[in-house]
Design a protein around this ligand. Structure first.
Ligand code: M6R
Length: 609
């Protein structure tokens, strides 16, 4: 977590850092700070709170300078406070660093450095890095950084500037991401591409064990031993407009509305309506390898895990392979059993989630291949997996994942069809029919989005509730989980999701007039069962809202409120049923005055374990 930014070039550095931090704020937002070099001196400004507070502080008392660093924090060691905010200083205050990650041996280092006379001012793990660099500094900032990081255990993206070795910013990576932007006479460092693309679309991604030094005349790359490294310069296709709100009150709402486009974009060019074939040569795992696959294991966290749960139904129904779906954060600590006939699929919007990356690393050599599904080009997960299928969702800024969820489900449909194709489990005609059904989904999503106002009016009746139950069955059970997660994370209302059939085994005891139920009940193979589950709730005076198909008149007799959605192939209903649940959570949270795009305690990219 945390976002780091560095800039050196002709532009006024403070506005560049502030604008960059705003684009990184989704990574953490409990405190923020910048350090700039002005007239040969390092000046630091830090605040508790969000970038807006930092901006306010700089408005009251401006800083100038020609280059500098910025940081937005998600606290791990040390509470959110001005003192614990980055940049952190050495004893002189003239060498400063920003850090994303965790230094596991910081306590031992701190005690040793203290004995050697260094004075610590914060409760953070990060501060040891500044003092270590100070200790080893003999005129070259990069050499001192190299010596310092050799002593660190843990994960770091760290960047430093020093008044004693001027006109350069040094960065090193072991774990969390560092992207270098190479503009026209200007260079940037950042935790992701978002702050860079308004300056340049040319970037290089540091690998673990690599360092970069940026200065007014260019950038040099090396490894931790000091050997030069040649980096590939990549061109990012995203444009700056993609990270604007475009008239929507929040990024989350904009991103919910982008979903039809995202499904279209993720499908684009990957299916043939002539042959009924799915065209996925791009993934980089050969059909020969996939043909031998007898089992699939999906690994992910949070919303990506929920997409994986939906993917299980696609893969089992279409490709007819058994599928396990595992929390990456749990899987990695298990005595898991994989074999060379198992395909691993890791799903991660950011491509940087530490638990998912660790699960990928743990499973990589133990199975046939690991395929990554990610939205982040050249992210760690994309680079380390054997193959990758990119979702084309564009940048997702809202901390609560929405459009990347539907993009991941789209990717999983494609993978399921492709696997079915190479394994001969589905003929071209059946595949074509399914693809044609799928291509109608974006249009149906648009129809639901046109009902947003009705969903808002309905949602406003539930703003004061403290608990919610979400029920779904079969392929819509994961949708219930995702709907409940959305409500929890942005509105702070307690919400639990269950498969409808589990209610009678305990949760039904919760039902009373203060516990409304959101039931997802399309007309699929478990429709009648869900109706019975709903009746059991109604019989106990529970209030039931239902997301149901618009061609289902009888549901209106059975529940208190209905949110209608169009009909589709039963396996594809999650693409439709999730949309009202996202809107429902959004409107409740917005009405409660919650910080929808940056909910408390969360961060977009969880790069700590
Ligand atoms: O970047 P990832 O997809 O790996 O992130 C996984 C989770 O951290 C993420 O989905 C999280 O649960 C979101 N806040 C959900 O809205």
């Amino acid at each position: 977590m945390c976002g780091i930014i560095g800039y050196i070039g002709p532009k006024s550095v403070v506005p560049v850092l502030i604008e960059g931090l705003k684009k990184l704020e989704y990574r953490g937002y409990d405190s923020a700070g910048i350090a700039v070099v002005d007239k040969g001196k390092v000046q630091v400004r830090r605040v508790k709170g969000k970038i807006i507070e930092l901006e306010e502080s700089l408005r009251k008392s401006p800083l100038g300078g020609t280059y500098g660093l910025g940081h937005t924090r998600w606290a791990t060691h040390g509470r959110p406070s001005e003192e614990n905010a980055h940049p952190h200083r050495d004893c002189t205050g003239q060498l400063v660093i920003v850090h994303n990650g965790i230094i596991e041996n910081y306590l031992a280092l701190k005690l040793r450095l203290r004995d050697e006379g260094h004075v610590f001012r914060t409760e953070t793990d990060t501060e040891v890095i500044a003092h270590l660099i100070e200790k080893y500094f003999q005129g070259s900032l990069e050499e001192a950084m190299r010596a310092a990081i050799a002593e660190l255990e843990g994960a770091f993206a760290v960047s430093a500037i020093s008044a004693k070795d001027r006109n350069k910013i040094v960065a090193a990576k072991l774990g969390p991401p560092v992207v270098v932007g190479l503009g026209d006479g200007e260079y940037l460092l950042s935790s992701d591409v978002n702050p860079i693309i308004c300056h340049t679309q040319n970037v290089a991604f540091l690998e673990d064990g690599e360092m970069a030094v940026i200065g007014p005349a260019g950038v040099t790359f090396s490894d931790f031993k000091g050997n030069p490294v040649q980096k590939k310069i990549e061109r990012i296709a995203w444009n700056p407009m993609m990270i604007e709100k475009r008239g929507f009150k929040h990024f989350m709402l904009k991103e919910i509305f982008e979903q039809p486009e995202v499904v279209r974009d993720t499908l684009l060019g990957r299916t043939s309506l002539d042959s009924g074939k799915v065209l996925l040569d791009e993934i980089g795992i050969s059909p020969q390898v996939l043909r031998r696959v007898r089992k699939v294991v999906l690994l992910a966290c949070g919303t990506s895990y929920h997409a994986g749960l939906v993917g299980k139904y696609f893969l089992e129904s279409l490709a007819q392979v058994p599928v396990d779906v595992e929390y990456a954060s749990e899987f990695r600590y298990r005595d898991f059993i994989l074999d060379k006939e198992t395909l691993g699929i890791v799903i991660s919007q950011s491509g940087e989630t530490a638990d998912t990356l660790a699960a990928l690393r743990a499973s990589k050599d133990k199975c046939a291949a690991v395929l990554a599904v990610t939205n982040s080009v050249s992210s760690s997960i994309a680079r380390e997996a054997h193959g990758v299928l990119y979702t084309h969702a564009g940048p997702e800024i809202g901390v609560a994942a929405t459009k990347t969820f539907t993009a991941q489900m789209t990717a999983l449909v494609l993978i399921a069809l492709y696997l079915a194709q190479v394994k001969g489990k589905m003929d071209d005609r059946a595949s074509l029919e399914f693809i044609e059904e799928f291509q109608r989904i974006p249009h149906k999503m648009e129809k639901i989005l046109r009902q947003a106002k009705t969903i808002e009016d309905l949602a406003l009746n539930f703003v004061a509730f403290s608990h919610f139950l979400y029920l779904g069955r079969w392929v819509n059970y994961p949708v219930a989980l995702e709907g409940a997660l959305k409500l929890k994370e942005i509105s702070y209302i307690h919400a639990e999701a269950y498969p409808g059939g589990e209610m009678k085994h305990g949760p039904i005891a919760l039902i009373d007039e203060n516990m409304p139920t959101m039931a997802i009940i399309p007309k699929d193979r478990v429709y009648d069962k869900m109706l019975s589950n709903i009746s059991e709730i109604k019989a106990r005076l529970g209030y039931v809202l239902a997301v149901a198909q618009e061609n289902d008149p009888q549901i209106r007799e059975r529940v208190d409120e209905v949110i209608p959605v169009p009909s589709a192939h039963p396996l594809l209903m999650p693409f439709l049923t999730i949309v009202p649940l996202q809107l429902f959570a959004y409107y409740i949270a917005a009405k409660r005055g919650a910080d929808v795009d940056q909910p408390r305690n969360l961060a977009k990219s969880v790069t700590v374990e």
